[in-house]
Design a protein around this ligand. Sequence first.
Ligand code: DON
Length: 572
Amino acid sequence: MKSLPYLLLLFLSLWACKDKPAPAEPAAPVIGTLAENAMVVSAREEASKIGVEILKKGGNAFDAMVATEMALAVAYPYAGNLGGGGFMVYRTQYGEIGALDYREKAPLAAERDMYLDSAGNYLSEKSKVGALAVGVPGTVAGIFAVHQKLGTLPMEELLRPVIALARNGYVVTEKQAGRFEQYASVFEKVNEEASLYTLGQKAGDTIKNEALAATLERLADKGRSEFYQGETAEKLVAFLQSKNGIITLEDLDAYEAQWREPVQFTYKGLNIISMSPPSSGGVCLAQIMKMVEPYDLSEYGHNSTKSIQLLAEAERRAYADRSYYLGDPDFVEIPLDTLISEGYAVSRMENFTFQAATPSSEVTHGNITMAEAAMAESMETTHYSIVDAFGNAIAVTTTLNGAYGSKLYAKELGFFLNNEMDDFSAKPGTPNMFGLIGGEANAIEPQKRMLSSMTPTLIEKEGAFWMSVGTPGGSTIITSVLQTILNVYEYDMSMQEAVNAPRFHHQWLPDIVMFEPDSFPQPTLDSLSQLGYTIDVNNAPVIGKVDAILRLPDGTLEGGADRRGDDTAVGY
Ligand code: DON
């Protein structure tokens, strides 16, 4: 049965429109895809469909995770990957929760100052492009860890439709064609040769990736060790070393995904479960929500001056802490309980007032100058949410970091390699590609995981699963997840409306509030300027690309698939 109030709303809005001339552009749907049993929402229709196919066969959300993750690696090479890493947060049908960290690691030969020249200048390209930018990939370890602990169907069965997709091909979308056009010459330059992704495919063309099909087939036959010790490992290391990389067979052999305890906190009756370090996502989300919890956001109104101000001030303070305290928990001590506590949140907001902006220079020590916030091309991670018919729910965010990662394409294996090393703090006080300033806690060390902002999040309401949510967007991930949750909980939006709604972002440094263009009323922006906020409506064409699933009161699942991309919800 569909959710009655939502259908009623849909009917009423259609009725209200019946005598009006048809709009030139169809309006974005107010209600997302609805499903009675199970759902997958991801960046590509093919991946969502393959996930649902596994669910329909009787597989659970964890089986579907394996297939969806690999299908994204085939059809969404921009961010889907075998050469990157990610995080999964889960809640089983029995209410058990957990998190998997399959984040990349610094190679054994990595050095703290590996991106500095002899005069100490940061050579910023080196951590972003080419073999030195590559962290030891974790994705294959991640899917095998999930499968071993929580999966039910054989791996060969999960990979079969993915191998078929790689072999038979996927159809290029308009948005994808634009990206291929933009990057083809970069791939050729970085790799010093032509490859599958330098052919200038157009929208509607079909891309078959036989090399990736063969790699996946070997994984299906031989298991995890194929990637970390076998033929694939050897080919990968030979490739990286031919490009002057430092990753060795020893690095691959030493890689392990880690089960972690997720960050858990409450917000006005919700129980929020999110990713723990080495992602900053859960901690920062908790800090921001705890800082704004005492205030009546719903009364202030969605995207009102007061709401934006309050959130921006909480964001500023949380990101300042992120920079100082957060890093790989296997290497640094993090005062996690304090950071996410109510008392600490209150103390952080003591100097907040609605009368004027608190300058970031007063929120922390150090006189840090303007950072380069490269928001223009910033949707290269990917998030998917899955809920199965048994009641298991997962939220997974996976990435190569930048668009197509380091741009290095292992032609023989059929996949791109990450440039995750840029997420380390290469030089204290110097921003990374997201304008984030890192500290000592996130300095490079061999075998260390670089700090992330990825925020795969699950929410319980009244003890039951309520929402799965996450997004790409680098530093804007945390604030996009935050706004999506608040849009539903504080502002009564449907899941799809919450995803559609325009977003803004503040990250302490640079001391700027970024807004999606043409989507906030000028009087609101003017009033924020008058309060002392620096407004930027030009440099963040898109903030976040959220995929989410909401469980409605009658049990129906509503998907929220972001219109900013090709994202698609599929359910049954
Ligand atoms: O882990 C992180 O925070 C980044 N590597 C995520 C990169 C990302 O979201 C790129 N897309 N916008």
